[in-house]
Write a protein that binds this ligand. Structure first.
Ligand code: FAD
Ligand code: NAP
Length: 462
């Protein structure tokens, strides 16, 4: 197989998929990218916060990759719905699964399914205009919101709830979210971690933004910043530089004594050593029982253990921002922790000779961690594994045109990259009238119409 031009399918058009595609194309491998939505870029479009537009400029890099010789984009084609792995196996030498980690972790506590309780995955997808989440029943008429978890996603959610709506009007946030946020009655935003201030997963730069929010001071109980000896050692450990920056910032929040600031429109409260035990309410969340925790274990391995103490917090919105997991589509093997696919150096070993060789990139490979840039080196490493294996590849049973005719016979409406460019242009024009970078289309039907594709609604498609 060393001399045969390779044909590889990449599943998922997020950073993991695009960086893998770039690396393959540079090695003269033909790449067909399959994406379930009519629009590319994964979490760069549907995850990254709307008030962080600079980070989204990486889409220009991905658009340039899409222009490279040998690249084709098949949007609106979902693995497991429109095409099976067996079908891809028959038409490619190899497949790279880069379909992310699209399930929000849940707490598994009573009341979690009450109205007003969401995973961060759902809530973020809602404000970012993901077609599957535009109808989420978000009601911001309550006075308080609780965000569980102290990672950067929790900060994104808190900031969107905290910022004046006029600042969000200049972003690409979905119109339906803007309307809801304009009417928001939320005054107190609690960001609760089960461990202490030294164990936050925030990046210092992200937390620093809370020092500059308009009319929204941030508050910390001074007592939470009294560190035990293990935490003090942990704080100066070289691997915890961001923790040090965060604790320094939290001290300034505490000094500001903002809990007393009654005039502010909103307030963010950082709570530590709290874990939710139950959500309660008539039909929708009204209160949360928080268990108080203590830290146990050695430095850098301290974990939270429950104490007998609890407290009640009144709040009508709960967002659990406690990580994500990947799904094992069509029997793809999950790793032990269940949050990523099982692999060895990016190679999926499943024993069976299925035709194409299987690989994984992005969050489906590493689990839900790392920034957009982290995916680059990681995808390159997967492609190196793939290229090292090429001598063992078998020739695909069918030409790729055969798969396109299968999809056409099935009525799958494929969105090409040229179609996406039309959707993109339409969104940019819609946004320009109000000085926004874009105004997103939020339904598949609207996207297809603006791509110039006659859309026949399928079950589940909005
Ligand atoms: P994704 O970006 O999720 O892409 C996966 C793609 O696969 C999606 O387009 C999806 O639609 C598609 N897909 C899923 N299932 C199928 C299927 N069955 N068939 C076909 N296609 C499928 N990083 C930063 O550097 N800066 C930030 O500000 C930042 N903000 C973030 C905010 C949030 C809320 C989150 C969750 C993450 C954020 N990140 C940020 C991290 C960054 O977004 C990820 O590192 C990156 O997007 C992971 O890339 P990926 O390609 O693995 O997954
Ligand atoms: P994260 O950084 O892993 O944080 C998850 C948080 O959830 C942690 O505080 C964790 O606490 C808590 N948690 C997990 N399970 C819990 C449980 N059962 N009960 C209570 N709390 C629980 O994850 P994330 O915020 O989802 O971010 C995902 C990745 O995207 C990260 O790598 C992040 O840096 C990246 N990202 C980057 C940016 C940016 O660069 N601007 C923005 C957003 C996201 P413990 O520590 O105690 O487990």
């Amino acid at each position: 197989m060393n001399d045969v031009p390779l044909k590889v399918a990449v599943v998922g058009a997020g950073p993991g998929g695009f960086y893998a595609a770039e690396s393959l194309l540079r090695s003269d491998v033909a790449v067909d990218m399959y994406e379930k939505l009519p629009v590319p870029f994964g979490l760069v479009r549907f995850g990254v916060a709307p008030d962080h537009p600079k980070l989204k400029s990486v889409t220009a890099v991905f658009a340039r990759i899409a222009e490279m010789d040998g690249f084709r984009f098949f949007g609106n084609v979902e693995l497991g719905r429109d095409v099976s792995i067996a079908e891809l196996d028959a038409h490619y030498h190899a497949i790279i699964f880069a379909y992310g980690a699209e399930r929000g972790n849940t707490l598994g506590i009573p009341g979690e399914n009450l109205q007003g309780s969401f995973t961060a995955h759902e809530f973020v997808a809602w404000y970012n205009g993901h077609p599957d989440f535009k109808e989420l029943a978000v009601d911001l008429s309550c006075r308080a919101a609780l965000i569980i978890g102290q990672g950067n996603v929790a900060l994104d959610v808190a900031r969107i709830l905290a910022k004046p709506v006029d600042e969000l009007r200049q972003t690409d946030i979905a119109d339906h979210a803007l309307d809801a946020l304009a009417e928001s009655a939320i005054r107190d935003i609690y960001i609760a971690g089960r461990r202490g201030p030294v164990q936050v997963q925030f990046v210092g730069k992200e937390l620093r933004e809370f020092a500059a929010l308009t009319d929204c001071p941030s508050c910390v109980d001074m007592a939470d910043l009294a560190l035990g000896s293990v935490c003090q050692d942990e704080l100066v450990h070289p691997s915890r530089k961001d923790a040090k920056a965060c604790v320094d910032l939290l001290r300034t929040f505490a000094d500001a004594g903002c809990a007393e600031d009654q005039a502010a429109k909103r307030r963010c409260h950082f709570l530590f050593n709290r874990t939710p035990l139950a959500l309660r309410g008539q039909n929708r969340v009204q209160t949360v029982t928080l268990g108080h925790t203590a830290l146990q274990g050695e430095m850098l391995k301290q974990h939270a253990v429950e104490t007998s103490e609890t407290s009640e917090l009144e709040c009508g919105l709960v967002v659990s921002s406690i990580g994500y997991k990947t799904v094992g589509i069509d029997g793809l093997p999950l790793a032990d922790r269940g949050d990523r696919l099982h692999h060895e150096d990016g190679r999926i070993v499943n024993g069976a000779d299925r035709g194409a060789a299987h690989y994984v990139a992005g969050w489906a490979k590493r689990g839900p961690q790392g920034t957009i840039g982290t995916n680059r080196g990681d995808s390159v490493a997967t492609v190196e594994t793939l290229l090292a294996d090429r001598a063992s590849f078998t020739e695909p049973k069918e030409p790729r045109t055969h798969l396109l005719s299968i999809l056409a016979n099935r009525g799958t409406e494929i969105v090409s990259f040229e179609h996406w460019r039309k959707i993109d242009a339409c969104e940019v024009v819609r946004g320009a009238t109000n000085g926004r970078p874009r105004n997103k289309l939020t339904s598949v039907a609207e996207m297809m119409a603006n791509a110039g594709i006659e859309h026949h609604q399928t079950a589940g498609a909005s």
